[in-house]
Design a protein around this ligand. Sequence first.
Ligand SMILES: Cc1cc2nc3c(=O)[nH]c(=O)nc-3n(C[C@H](O)[C@H](O)[C@H](O)COP(=O)(O)OP(=O)(O)OC[C@H]3O[C@@H](n4cnc5c(N)ncnc54)[C@H](O)[C@@H]3O)c2cc1C
Length: 618
Amino acid sequence: MSPKHVEDMYDAVIVGAGAAGLSAALGMLRSEPMRGMRANGIEPNVLVISKLQPLRSHTGSAEGGIAASLGNVEKDDWHWHYFDTVKGGDWLVDQDAAQLLAQEAPETVIALEHAGVAFSRTDDGHIAQRRFGGHTKDFGKEPVRRAAYAADRIGHQILFSLWQQCVAEGVEFAEEWYVTDLVVAKDGSRAEGVVAFDTHKGEAHAIHARNVLVATGGAGRLFHTTSNSWDLTGDGMALALSAGLQLEDSEFVQFHPTGLAHTGILLSEAARAEGGVLRNADGEAFMEHYAPGHADLAARDVVSRSIMAEIDAGRGVPDPKDPTGPKDCVWLDMTGIDADHMRKVLPQVVETIEKYADLDPTKDYVPVKPTAHYTMGGIPITTDGEVYRWIDGERAVVEGLFAAGECSCVSVHGANRLGGNSLLDACLFGTRSGKALASRIVENPVNDPLAVDDGASDADDVRQTADVRTAEIKELLAQLPEDDAAAGDNPYRLMADLGLVMERAVAVRCDADGIERALATLRNDLEPRAKALHAHSDSATFNQEITAIWEVRHLIELGEAVLEASDARHESRGSLKRLDFPERDDEHFLAHSMADASGRIAWQPVHIVDMPPKAREY
Ligand SMILES: Cc1cc2nc3c(=O)[nH]c(=O)nc-3n(C[C@H](O)[C@H](O)[C@H](O)COP(=O)(O)OP(=O)(O)OC[C@H]3O[C@@H](n4cnc5c(N)ncnc54)[C@H](O)[C@@H]3O)c2cc1C
């Protein structure tokens, strides 16, 4: 679907149609002030742009659940959820944001139910809830059932329900349009619009808007082994960097311990909860040594680090598909689980192993390794979704610019996210940012005959940026002679090379030398190669190589920020393990890194409300 035509000016442009972007669209349209405006016959001029057809957004892959202290199965309390979130994030969590997350979680889940999400049910008809790592009752005393679920398809349910609601509201989508630029006033004070590439026609459009919301998802594709789908190339984060803005806490990337070797596809934690055991090359169940209390069910970062320690000590195994290849996996042994029970409770896990590894988990050991799963950091936002810059020790809001979901950082996940908290973050803060957008729009809607048109110079900026892109597209389509070195290169190869460099340098653990080497490779090898890329077909229509070229450039830009921020943090916290700085250091680093495109890092203190940091026992 393409928009009927591109308007001269939009009230709001939302980039991204996953849980965050769609929640923002609905939060905006259904807010009180917006209902009032629409009742008076003034319709907002809104466009949702998505590089994918919306129903292919990664939100649809979420399996396990969404966290909320509904207390449907056993007693629960939002204060406990709040505590778990702060502790799980190794105290790098802004506590005012985490309070909101925990407090507004139940109403967020109930709103999803009303939007049509077919949650699994308890016998008496309530939304069913299951356990998830790190969610406890009584401030850490014992596990609690807090994750509301829909079999193992919660993301699919949420994505389809939100999308249907948007369609019912008449939201206009620009599908398979790729946003190449976020246009912000030169002084960084306000959003002016975006430039978007219509992949159907191969044309760049200047899209002038008073408000822009970025909801482009995560960046797992920075790493070779990832559970993320192919589209998660960190576009929104790179667009923010290119627009002169900062990223917060970009050094924190969560690795899930059990990615299926070779593919990185997620094998749910449930496999270990049901009795699966990790074993090294000697057949030893090694987690007993690293986490005697919780063994295979220790926190995600602990299990991932233990796997890497075994591999580093030479006790890894090769992927059976590549027996002479590197010994960079360990075994997941599920053979102790009753076969019938396994098929009943872990159908998705069994199917993934059979289909992608050609193995039978009831008889065979399964090769696994940590897989890049979630980006805790992102574009810094307030609890109303407003993007800000951290300047001279203060937050300076960029007027009309919002972000939500995995590309943003409201700082509820800190250094390590708890399962079930990210769908919640995307839906809850997506809705809040939509409401904040609505308040701005009703003040001066584009379609109001009395509206003040104050955006002529902003429109010029957006047009000029689009002209630059149009010239670039022409350049990218120009065919290179076969003997030109760049003609033999392509963005997919470059992405694979980048993934390996990042994986070696910062996956699960890192040190200064490795980071420095990786930065040099990115700057001296990958970046020049990315600049020299050309498409191999001169057709502009549906030329996916063009978007892949931009995607890999975005990944490289973002990769540099991740490396710079990892380098600057001289401590180990949550998902970041510095081998050369193994301890957490609250005295110097109880602060968020704020990295810009030039590699400068500023530090923003963590918001502590009522929970001073404590040691995080595993
Ligand atoms: C396998 C897997 C399982 C998970 N399971 C759970 C779970 O059980 N519980 C939980 O809470 N979380 C889970 N998560 C995490 C959670 O699903 C995500 O964090 C969340 O869905 C992100 O939503 P989003 O709206 O921010 O991004 P996405 O759903 O990724 O959507 C991003 C959108 O941005 C668009 N886009 C991106 N770049 C551009 C561009 N340049 N131009 C135009 N459009 C663009 C895309 O088209 C897409 O519509 C899981 C994640 C994975 C990968």
